[in-house]
Design a protein around this ligand. Structure first.
Ligand code: ARG
Length: 457
């Protein structure tokens, strides 16, 4: 019953109804309603007998939902109305008391905060599993050299362990971002009512404790209009998906015949419908492609919130589909990335071959000169000249004669120069903190393992 006289136009209902997607809020809505009902009884707003009947009714509704027997009725605009309607059918008029001192506005904000919190925790455990897989891979490929790239050109060699751990730290930051979502969802909106508070002396802290919130939102207007935690989660998810996309993109590249650095397992690849010889790294490609979708979803919610006057506006219903899609996408991608990495195979020779390109020792040669007292800028120019002349003469650096060296770079001692061209020294020379030398990678691995045993948030 409401002040409206005429029935809703079906077109309006199609636009307005959210039950087909907010149905997934049901578990949170039920939990919230139970806590709210208990609070109403404790505050003597409803009787203990009312509470018992409401609890029984909500438990029955939960069973119907859990067992997929719940039937959505024609007029159920959203999950909140559907649950209350069913409760009243099962428990009788007492069901109507549940909504005392509550509005769908604070109710929906609370459900969403609970959902975001649950999925921020899920994302953290999925990230930890992926990070554990990266650590295991790094341990298995500790001293496998490959070229590191800048501008997609061979730059300086690194160990595969170091390269893999680079992703570990990216995901570590994602973990921290998702952890912040727990702070962002820590203030209970419920109790704000429609916008101004409610006409009963409720105990919001009681509900907060029941539902695992650390405190209560201080301002009722803010409580019903706040969706910052949706933005925080989606922004964490978008950044995380960006990292997964970089990882996927690199695996696509590395698994080409041209690179031949790795092979994804058949279980994460597909064949071609036309070309029998093909094995396509579709999983890695889709990891690469999903990131912009999450950025788009995030931008969509920013758009909904932009310029929205306080407090609740129906616009806020548009937070859900983008959020749910972000959750489903990032969680699936995290699982796939882990599965794919658990089975990936790297090709030691192909990587070592590429890393033994002598030209990528050029920086080290320049540093040899620096140790002889030549300023770095000048050394850079000298070695640039050596490389140019070597390439023009169709030679390798290691094929330069003593005479040629004396002509091109008199400051360079041929013995030191030749010793340096022994491949491993280019890697082992990177002794600075956070560098690729084995000793530093071992330190890094130790820190990475420590992150994984830290107590989760
Ligand atoms: N389905 C609505 C939403 O998701 C619930 C809140 C409705 N509140 C209202 N005043 N119409 O935002």
């Amino acid at each position: 019953m409401s002040r409206l006289r005429d029935p809703q136009d079906p077109l309006f209902q199609a636009l307005n109804s959210s039950i087909r997607f907010d149905y997934r809020l049901a578990p949170y809505d039920l939990e919230q309603s139970l806590a709210h009902a208990r609070m109403l009884a404790r505050s003597a707003i409803i009787s203990d007998d009312d509470l018992a009947q409401i609890e029984r009714g909500l438990t029955a509704v939960r069973e119907e939902i859990d067992q997929d027997h719940f039937v959505v009725a024609e007029g159920d605009e959203d999950i909140h109305m559907a649950i209350e309607r069913r409760l009243t059918e099962l428990a009788g008029p007492v069901g109507g008391k549940l909504h005392t001192a509550r509005s769908r506005n604070d109710q929906v904000a609370t459900d969403i905060a609970m959902l975001v919190r649950a999925h921020a925790l899920d994302a953290q455990s999925l990230l930890r599993e992926l990070m554990g897989t990266l650590v295991a891979l790094a341990e298995r490929h500790l001293d496998w050299p490959l070229p590191g790239y800048t501008h997609m050109q061979r730059a300086q060699p690194v160990y595969l362990s170091h390269h893999l751990l680079a992703y570990f730290w990216k995901f570590r930051r994602d973990l921290q971002r998702f952890r912040f979502c727990l702070t962002a969802t820590d203030d209970l909106p419920l109790g704000a009512g429609a916008l101004a508070g409610v006409n009963f002396d409720t105990s919001r802290m009681f509900v907060a404790r029941e539902l695992g919130f650390g405190g209560i939102a201080e301002n009722s207007l803010d409580a019903v209009s706040n969706r910052d935690f949706v933005l925080d989660y989606m922004s964490s998810a978008a950044t995380c998906a960006g990292h997964l996309s970089q990882l996927g993109g690199e695996i696509v590249l590395w698994s080409t015949a041209e690179f031949g650095f790795c092979r994804v397992s058949d279980s994460f690849a597909s064949g071609s419908s036309l070309m029998p010889q093909k094995k396509n790294p579709d999983a890695a490609e889709l990891l690469r492609a999903k990131a912009p979708r999450l950025v788009g979803r995030l931008a969509g919610v920013h758009g909904v919130l932009h310029g929205l006057p306080l407090t609740y506006n129906k616009d806020l219903q548009e937070d859900k589909e983008p959020l749910f899609d972000a959750i489903d996408t990032v969680e699936l991608c995290l699982r796939v990335a882990r599965g794919m990495l658990a089975e990936i195979e790297f090709n030691r020779e192909r990587m070592a071959d590429a890393a033994s390109d002598e030209l990528i020792a050029a920086t080290d040669v320049a540093d040899l000169l620096v140790r002889e007292g030549v300023p770095f800028r000048e050394a850079h120019g000298i070695v640039g000249g050596v490389v140019r002349a070597t390439v023009e003469r169709g030679k390798l650096l290691s094929e330069l004669t003593d005479e040629e060296l004396a002509e091109l770079a008199p400051q360079l001692r041929p013995a030191d120069f030749r010793a340096l061209l022994e491949q491993t020294s280019w890697l082992e020379s990177k002794v600075s903190e956070g560098g690729t030398s084995l000793a530093r990678v071992r330190e890094q691995l130790g820190r990475a393992r420590h992150v994984l045993v830290e107590a989760p948030a």
